[in-house]
Ligand binder design. Structure first.
Ligand SMILES: [Zn+2]
Length: 110
């Protein structure tokens, strides 16, 4: 059974439709041979349901060469690329205002 459906089928698919079938996207680089497997359910969270899988991961993240995509289903023990949320602190400038925690704060001690 071929892993890769026709180009027309790929274009008609959305991540949301594939995620209901719990499908995976298998991204293979023909140059450096790197293979990554993604769960479409994960990709929906990142890219949205209406995103076409066709437009994702066009280039290899290591060597930058075009990738080939296939579709499948996850098997127990498969090595899957899962998304990780990185907490990023952002800094901005603003005018300093002393914090007033109570009306008695500025009174000298008696
Ligand atoms: Zn590559």
């Amino acid at each position: 059974m071929s892993m890769t459906p026709s180009r027309r089928t790929i274009e008609a698919m959305t991540l949301g439709g594939m995620a209901t079938d719990n499908r995976t996207i298998i991204v293979k680089c023909g140059s450096c041979r790197r293979t990554r497997i993604f769960l479409t359910a994960d990709l929906v969270k990142v890219y949205g349901e209406s995103q076409s899988p066709h437009t994702l991961f066009r280039d290899c993240s290591i060597c930058g060469r075009p990738t080939r995509k296939g579709f499948g289903f996850p098997n127990r023990g498969d090595r899957i690329c899962r998304p990780s949320v990185k907490k990023v602190w952002k800094w901005h400038e603003e005018a300093y205002e002393p914090v007033r925690s109570g009306p008695d704060l500025d009174k000298p001690d008696s």
